[in-house]
Design a protein around this ligand. Structure first.
Ligand code: MN
Length: 538
């Protein structure tokens, strides 16, 4: 018998973890044959609308379940309310992670205890549950000894209210409180820690065997810039050719074509310049593109001519260009999107005239879960850049007050955006509502600068705080993407205090000049990529 233990020592937790992993592999459900064979039990600490502990006993191939608001205890004097809830699938046994907000049970879950259990005084626990009284012995890491579940009543919703109590036996501990033992027996983590960096998402809309979706977590991979020899080969190339870069050959065409007219005294910018820029900036830009579908704003004939949106990967795209298929696409909608996740893929996009790259805010595999909440300060014709800065500084104050990590970036045109990294536990309804609330609060302090009119011609030239971009397949331009204007200006993440720099301009940096900045200062937004952040309630 295991003595109840909080398991705070990491080594001890790890050993317990390994032991239980082996155990959970070998203790596969033995069908519905019960007799004296023991089954598994699990207690999950679940923070949904209200904190509760889910006590689950493996019975007849499912997890018979009770929600216990105060949690199971070894205290023999306690009588805990236990609401009998629906059976859960066996696959839920060791689930630890997040359930999306807005879905049933939305919140975070840890495996608070697990082990084996045996019915006492009956060979037919399923029947005992039907009759409304089950005595059973558990052997867990925290819980041990004889428990009793007994039905008392139904609540207004028709749910059965039971009582859970611990018998006076050798394992009883008067005064024992489950809240004093908050860590997961599976990972050693608390609910807060799991919510901050969940590894698994439970999708109850999927079959139980597929419902636990692993979340891509942690920092993105890193990419090497092109070598000096590779860059020399690009300069030496004529108008067209095949460029060997990043382990691939990319077919390049019309390299000397002017894509961007000159800005002031600056030189015109050619397609060769854009190709080189995409290769050199790749280590900084790819963290925002990889694992995401991308919408392209193409200007194959140069930015003096009208551009157009392009999403479907063309048939002539190379085999090695990664793609994602949108199985939810209606007829006529884009089905295959490019996923730009390598230096050659970014180079191919430049040659394709994809001046602007707009990655989705959600990341594969679950495109319904954004990883960024986006704030878009969209200036109107009458807004000055000083107005935009006033608004950006108000967001800075608001986010700082809320303790939310975020970074601004200049758009390369006239505006400023603020990118807020978030945990996978949100849907687009959540991010849109949250950004709207923050934006309404900001807008209220400067009503002369902001319009909430949907139609542009009713905005009287004022700025719009556009929260509606927080939706599937709506996007903002990627950090370090070029913009379709003279001189090839670039959207660039900046530090918060650069908002106070009198030399700041929204189109200050171009594809020719931004390299020097990132070599010296790096990318202030980079540390926030992949950060799992909870959005505070407003
Ligand atoms: Mn629950």
């Amino acid at each position: 018998m295991t003595e109840p233990t909080a398991g705070h020592d990491p080594q001890e937790r790890l050993e317990a973890y390994r032991a239980k992993r082996d155990f959970s592999v070998t203790a596969e459900p033995e069908g519905s044959k019960w007799g004296t064979a023991s089954g598994r039990f699990v207690v999950q600490r679940h923070r949904a609308r209200r904190l509760h502990y889910d006590v689950r006993l493996e019975v007849d191939g499912v997890l018979a379940s009770w929600a216990v608001p105060k949690g199971p205890t070894l205290d023999p004097h306690a009588r805990q309310l236990a609401v009998h809830v629906e059976d859960h699938p066996i696959e839920y046994f060791d689930f630890e992670g997040v359930i999306p907000k807005g879905e049933y049970g939305g919140g975070d879950v840890i495996v608070w205890d697990w082990g084996t259990w045996e019915p006492a005084g009956t060979d037919e626990p399923g029947r005992a549950i039907q009759r409304g009284e089950l005595h059973f012995d558990v052997r867990g890491e925290k819980l041990a000894g004889r428990f009793v579940l007994v039905r008392r009543d139904r609540d207004r919703s028709g749910k059965e209210q039971w009582l859970l109590l611990h018998k006076k036996d050798d394992h009883a501990r008067p005064g024992w409180d489950p809240e004093d033992h908050p860590r997961s027996v599976k990972s050693g983590r608390t609910n807060d820690e799991v919510a901050a960096a969940p590894e698994t998402l439970w999708r109850s809309d999927l079959p139980a065997g597929e419902a636990a979706v692993p979340l891509a977590a942690g920092p993105p991979p890193s990419w090497d810039p092109p070598t000096g020899d590779e860059l020399d080969a690009l300069e030496a190339m004529g108008k067209a050719g095949r460029w060997a870069v990043g382990g691939r050959e990319v077919k390049l065409t019309n390299l000397d074509k002017v894509l961007f007219p000159p800005r002031g005294e600056e030189a015109a910018v050619t397609k060769r310049d854009l190709v080189r820029y995409h290769a050199v900036i790749a280590p900084f830009m790819l963290p925002y593109l990889f694992d995401r579908p991308v919408n392209l704003h193409r200007y194959p004939d140069g930015v003096d001519r009208p551009g157009f949106w392009h999403k479907e990967v063309p048939g002539h795209a190379p085999e090695w260009l990664n793609r994602w298929r949108n199985v939810e696409a209606d007829p006529g909608e884009t089905e295959w999107y490019a996923v730009v996740d390598s230096v050659p893929a970014l180079v191919w996009m430049a040659n394709y005239g994809a001046v602007e790259l707009h990655p989705w805010t959600s990341r594969l595999p679950d495109v319904h879960r954004p990883t960024w909440a986006l704030i878009d300060i969209d200036p109107g014709p009458r807004s000055s850049f000083e107005d935009v800065l006033v608004l950006a500084r108000l967001y800075r104050t608001a986010l700082d007050h809320l303790g939310v990590a975020a970074m601004p970036k200049v758009t390369g045109q006239r505006g400023v955006q603020i990118w807020v990294p978030i945990s996978f536990s949100y849907g687009f309804d959540d991010t849109r509502a949250w950004v709207e609330k923050v934006s309404r609060a900001v807008g209220r302090t400067v009503p002369d600068l902001v319009s909430w009119e949907w139609h542009k011609d009713r905005r009287e030239g004022l700025a719009r705080l556009d929260y509606t971009q927080n939706a599937i397949n709506k996007t903002l331009v990627a950090p370090f993407s070029a913009r379709p204007a003279a001189g090839a200006p670039v959207s660039v993440p900046i530090e918060w205090d650069e908002l106070d720099d009198p030399a700041l301009r929204p189109d200050r940096w171009t594809i020719i000049t931004v390299g020097e900045r990132v070599r010296e200062l790096g990318d202030p937004l980079a540390p926030l990529v992949g950060r799992h952040q909870q959005l505070p309630a407003l």
